[in-house]
Design a protein around this ligand. Structure first.
Ligand code: ATR
Length: 279
């Protein structure tokens, strides 16, 4: 029987997940289809119930449901419990299990370029994506500094990091932003700043971008954000958001299909996403 997968979110029309996952299904000759489902906040519980009743195989969850969906699931995997957000649901023998693959997706994208262990990582943002990256990077024994526009959110994450991992993250404010950026080895924009249509925005001005770092953006539309353009000008190695998108998707596929996702499949996913973005 054909397996049904999808992404639920609001808005979700521009999601690249259908193109990316369907490319894998076609290439591996898996009898499956992946759709996007625009589900509002008030319809979320019915949406999950309906997907379960219709024997869906798996769902991705995106903005704004990553946290609120947790209360409608039967089991929360450790990967999601620790971050407090779900981006992947597996429907398994009538049970719904929530996972989080965002953090591991980001870590894999970075590890393609450099080791993480012992590195100093600077993260802009304290939302869902930033949280996932912070926890995964701490698991990989990185040192983390965080700046967020709403500074209190960094304190909240720090409390959770203390409780759950007995570690600390460094909260950065505007006074020590420059010196912290200079001090770190990897810089990540984990905010939505610079995303289409606001393509002329960057979380920092060009003059604040230090020389010679590894710089990553979680924004994938456009592929080369203003932030990454500044980084290139300053001789930094850049990692675009497409890699994280592809790797988190590959981790979801692994959970749903119980298969190893090899490099040739990663390439198929990446090509499908880039082709769509260039349209
Ligand atoms: P996601 O799940 O994608 O991380 P989110 O939880 O809404 O989405 O988080 C968005 C992040 O981008 C937050 O860190 C947010 O900063 P605030 O916590 O201060 O809201 C950040 N962000 C969004 N727009 C921003 C802007 N114009 N300037 C600075 N930070 C911004």
């Amino acid at each position: 029987m054909v397996k049904i997968f999808g992404v639920i979110g609001h808005p979700v029309a521009h999601s690249l997940s259908p193109v990316m996952h369907n490319a894998v299904f076609r290439s591996l000759k898996i009898d499956a289809n992946y759709f996007s489902f625009d589900v509002g906040k008030n319809e979320l519980q019915d949406g999950i119930k309906g997907a379960k009743a219709l024997k869906f195989s798996g769902l991705n969850v995106t903005i704004p449901h990553k946290i609120s969906v947790m209360k409608y699931l039967d089991i929360i995997d450790e990967s999601a419990k620790i971050v407090n957000a779900v981006n992947t649901i597996k429907f398994d023998n009538k049970k719904t299990i929530g996972y989080n693959t965002d953090g591991i997706g980001a870590i894999k994208a970075i590890k393609k370029r450099t080791e993480i262990e012992g590195k100093k990582i600077f993260i802009f943002g304290a939302g869902g994506a930033a949280r996932s990256i912070i926890f995964s990077a701490l698991f990989n024994n990185a040192e983390i500094s965080v700046y967020n526009r709403t500074e209190e959110k960094v304190d909240v994450i720090n409390d959770e990091v203390m409780k759950k991992l007995n570690k600390r993250i460094k909260k950065v404010d505007l006074n020590n932003l420059m010196s912290e950026l200079e001090n770190c080895e990897i810089i990540i924009n984990a905010t939505s700043v610079g995303m289409f249509p606001d393509v002329n925005e960057s979380i920092i001005d060009e003059k604040f971008m230090p020389e010679g770092k590894i710089v990553m953006d979680i924004v994938y539309n456009p592929i080369e954000t203003k932030f990454l353009k500044y980084a290139k000008k300053k001789n930094c190695i850049t990692i675009d958001g497409v890699d994280m998108l592809v790797y988190q998707g590959a981790e979801s596929l692994k959970i749903w299909l119980d298969i190893e996702i090899k490099d040739d499949i990663i390439k198929i996913m990446k090509d499908a996403v880039i082709k769509e973005l260039k349209k």
